[in-house]
Design a protein around this ligand. Structure first.
Ligand SMILES: Cc1cc2nc3c(=O)[nH]c(=O)nc-3n(C[C@H](O)[C@H](O)[C@H](O)COP(=O)(O)OP(=O)(O)OC[C@H]3O[C@@H](n4cnc5c(N)ncnc54)[C@H](O)[C@@H]3O)c2cc1C
Length: 343
């Protein structure tokens, strides 16, 4: 159930590695121009390549660009994203932008998802809940940390590096290049969708957007893993079980990785759960960092260490100096933050 990146990757692995399993795939229609749910398509290039190798796929077919740095930014955007600025932190990275719609299409290998309303769930031995933030088949997990995002795809002179501008009170606005003349420009914030819309409007004005190709609004889970991952015959993966980095919003590779772990532990639900928990429990610490920060408190030493996992999963290399720089930047954001855009 759900042919996003996690569900379609699992489908591809199953058809190659467990041909004896009879699989039916279901999804609901998308109304976006790209044909998938809204996403900015950024991944750690090395982890993406490893996961492609697992499914015998050529990753280069999907990579639109690879970047050796990302930029964390506070304000004065037009200056900061092209040149040096005191308000930015430049981090070493191995980040790729992928053609995610094409990747999903290829994973499904001409199989067409069926309409879930026509599924007779009693006839299946197993149901995989890969329905993303909707978590449609596992028991509901409402949370104030399921937040709205807004994104546009724009014709623009893109920044040299993927750029993230920290929003006041948590969340960020991103400008992620797509090739040489386009970018995804989007925003997520804990301050509500109207604030997010306002920040995005201001940013798009400042970066000289030539033309907006399309736009989408989508929700994203920012609360970390939700247990149990399995209820009866329903097994969850990806964002349906909360596998999105609460700070970075990165969820593509966690969805694919959980699909791989699900396949590896196909007959052992407890092992699947423990592998997921071992790999992604750090996300819970991130939520604590975020909430402390929003309350104006400093995170503890252990929590700061967990930032290392966040950035590694995002394809960004950081050491103690970078953590200090990020915190310094973040504390300026806490004081002035997104307001920097408006003056
Ligand atoms: C604006 C935005 C930008 C993002 N940018 C990035 C990024 O740059 N890098 C990154 O790593 N992550 C990013 N993310 C997060 C990432 O997109 C998700 O975490 C990731 O796609 C989750 O994969 P998934 O397979 O678990 O779920 P999804 O990709 O959300 O797929 C879920 C699928 O389930 C289907 N579905 C929903 N309800 C039902 C139902 N009832 N029955 C059947 N099917 C159903 C949906 O139509 C969808 O196809 C972004 C998210 C947003 C919203």
């Amino acid at each position: 159930m759900g042919c996003g990146v996690g569900g379609s990757y699992l489908y591809s692995l199953l058809t190659r590695k467990k041909p004896e399993v009879e699989v039916s795939i279901f999804d609901i229609p998308h109304h976006t121009r790209c044909g998938i749910k809204g996403c900015a398509w950024a991944v750690s290039s090395s982890q993406f390549m490893d996961l492609c190798q697992e499914a015998h796929i050529n990753p280069h077919k999907y990579i639109l660009g690879v970047y050796d740095h990302v930029l964390l930014d506070q304000s004065n955007l037009r200056v900061a994203y092209r040149y040096a600025s005191a308000d930015k932190v430049k981090l070493k990275a191995k980040v790729a932008m992928i053609d995610k719609p094409l990747f999903i299409e290829d994973m499904l290998d001409e199989a067409h998802p069926l309409n879930p309303s026509e599924a007779n769930l009693t006839t299946f031995d197993r149901i995989i809940d890969a329905t993303g933030f909707k978590r449609a088949y596992l028991s509901p997990y409402p949370s104030p940390l399921i937040v709205g995002t807004i994104q546009i795809r724009a014709v623009i002179e893109p920044p040299s590096f993927p750029t993230a501008i920290m929003n006041k009170g948590g969340g960020y606005t991103w400008i992620f290049p797509i090739g040489k003349s386009e970018a995804h420009v989007g925003s997520v914030s804990l301050q509500g969708i109207e604030f997010t819309r306002r920040v995005l409007d201001e940013v798009t004005k400042k970066i000289n957007v030539e033309r907006i190709i399309c736009s989408c609004e989508e929700q994203i889970r920012g609360h970390g893993p939700v247990v149990p991952f399995i209820e009866g015959k329903v097994w969850g993966l990806g964002e349906a079980i909360g596998l999105v980095d609460p700070i970075s919003g990165v969820g593509i590779l966690p969805a694919m990785t959980s699909a791989k772990l699900l396949l590896e532990n196909w007959d052992n639900p407890r092992k699947y759960e423990s592998h997921i928990w071992a790999k992604y429990s750090y996300m819970t610490k991130e939520v604590n960092i975020l909430s402390k920060f929003c309350e104006g408190r400093l995170p503890g030493y252990q929590e700061l260490l967990s930032l290392w996992s966040t950035f590694r999963n995002t394809g960004i290399s950081i050491g103690p100096r970078e953590i200090i720089n990020i915190l310094a930047l973040a504390s300026r954001v806490r004081k002035g933050g997104a307001e920097g855009f408006f003056h």
